[in-house]
Design a protein. Structure first.
Length: 69
């Protein structure tokens, strides 16, 4: 499955610090439990990528609702 392909798969995402000083992304869904641990610097890089992707998606959405002349 590619990043731009729709899916019917549902999952829960939890984000928080661990007792070992890491940031954990915990994905759970349909019999899968996936803990992903990142050091704080990596977590900040991921956060920046999420913000950039959200801005790009927002820009695409803003253009999708406008009529062409």
């Amino acid at each position: 499955m590619g990043i731009d392909k729709q899916s019917d798969v549902a999952a829960n995402l939890q984000i928080g610090p661990t007792s070992m000083g890491m940031v954990r992304l915990y994905v759970e869904g349909d019999g899968v439990e996936l803990p992903l641990d990142f050091d704080p610097e990596e977590a900040e890089e991921i956060a920046e990528e999420l913000r950039a992707a959200a801005a790009a998606a927002r820009a695409m959405g803003d253009g999708a609702g406008k009529k062409k002349r």
